[in-house]
Design a protein around this ligand. Structure first.
Ligand SMILES: [Zn+2]
Length: 383
């Protein structure tokens, strides 16, 4: 989940909004505007919408506080947090690493719901003193905003405490299972399976409600279930991948058949002699025996064809400074993280300035496919 709109930084953490957040904001404004109108018919519709809008903005602030609670606890326990992104179903804190022990996982996970509960019950406690009452109405505007804000925050905390991965409650469950079994992978598998069951129940409930006349509300619940199902499945798959690749070094999996071309060659010669003859996608570019960059069809394609004759490979390549290079003894899992977080397809493996090989995404995917074809258990390590 990448943010589309950057809002600034808090404690070194980038705060951003995903477009889908506007869906939930609009939903809150409309459903709340409707409720407020029923409760206090004497308000003008402008008053109604302003109150609903203020509630949505304050809910945004409390969502941010929920995520900040996760992130600040994570930072306090030594984890690096890159960014917080708010989207349709809440927020995500992007951490550089996963928690390395059950205790950290537990406190990071529970911090968010605790923050939401404190905000929620705080608002609910203050609202009556400021004139909140259902009947005889109408309530004051300030108290109505506070009441709904409290109600939404408490509901949000309760929803997040459902013990299915990747919800906060699922992470809490994972931390508890982890503390008992001392096995991080197994605890994630269990929490992800529970998450899939919870998601399935959401979908069933949503469909049931839709057909018993709840209309849009039912579809919304089914949508949340579908989203949770997807997230639980991918976290399950991630554990399998992690377990399969753990302990492996880049030198064991890299391809050695990377062809080296000279930087002085023209692009036309490179295309004719190498690119169209070998079927390979990635070539190392060398100058005086040292790696100076790599060139793939992507770089060639960026140069107009009528200029291939008088452009050298060196001018078209991606220079070494722009590449993420790794050492042969880098763990494969770290290489995979680099591939994903930098959105590149291959990483040159370099030792003492010389190219040793290349690690690519497709290669790692194939590696995992072979394992699953042999139906090896995730914990199987080659001897
Ligand atoms: Zn949370």
């Amino acid at each position: 989940m990448r943010s589309n709109i950057k809002l600034g930084k808090i404690s070194g953490i980038e705060i951003g909004l995903h477009y889908s957040w506007f869906i939930i904001a609009a939903l809150i404004v409309f459903s709340l505007g409707e409720r407020l109108h029923q409760m206090s018919p004497s308000w003008s519709s402008l008053q109604n919408w302003i109150a609903a809008l203020i509630t949505a903005v304050l809910f945004f602030v409390s969502l941010l506080l929920h995520e900040l609670a996760h992130s600040l606890v994570a930072q306090a326990r030594g984890l690096k947090v890159k960014a917080i992104t708010l989207f349709a179903l809440g927020g995500v804190s992007q951490m550089q690493d996963d928690a390395s022990d059950a205790k950290t996982e537990f406190w990071v996970a529970i911090a968010g719901p605790i923050a939401s509960l404190i905000i929620g019950f705080g608002c609910l406690a203050v609202a009556p003193g400021l004139g909140w009452r259902r009947s005889p109405g109408p309530p004051t505007a300030v108290s109505a905003v506070l009441f709904w804000l409290g109600y939404i925050n408490v509901s949000f905390a309760v929803f997040n405490l459902i013990p299915g991965f990747p919800l906060d409650g699922g992470r809490v469950l994972r931390a508890i299972v982890w503390a008992i079994t001392k096995n991080a992978d197994r605890s994630t598998r269990i929490a992800a399976r529970v998450g899939q069951v919870v998601a399935f129940l959401f979908i069933l409930d949503g469909i049931w409600q839709y057909f018993s006349g709840a209309g849009f509300g039912g579809l919304w619940i089914a949508f949340i279930g579908w989203f949770l199902m997807d997230a639980a499945k991918s976290s399950y798959a991630e554990v399998e991948t992690t377990a399969a690749l753990r302990g492996m070094r880049v030198s064991e999996v890299m391809s050695h058949d990377c062809v080296t071309v000279d930087r002085g060659m023209s692009l036309q010669d490179f295309v004719d002699v190498y690119l169209l003859k070998t079927g390979q996608r990635c070539f190392a570019v060398a100058g005086q025996g040292r790696l100076v960059g790599i060139i793939t069809p992507r770089e060639v394609g960026a140069v107009p064809r009528d200029r291939w004759d008088n452009t050298t490979v060196r001018e078209a390549m991606r220079p070494l400074q722009e590449l993420h290079i790794i050492a042969p003894d880098t763990p494969v899992l770290d290489a995979l993280k680099l591939l994903v977080s930098n959105d590149v397809n291959q990483l040159p493996v370099v030792a003492n300035g010389a190219l040793q090989g290349m690690v690519s995404r497709s290669q790692l995917v194939q590696l995992l496919q072979v394992r699953s074809q042999l139906q090896l258990p995730a914990a199987y390590q080659s001897h």
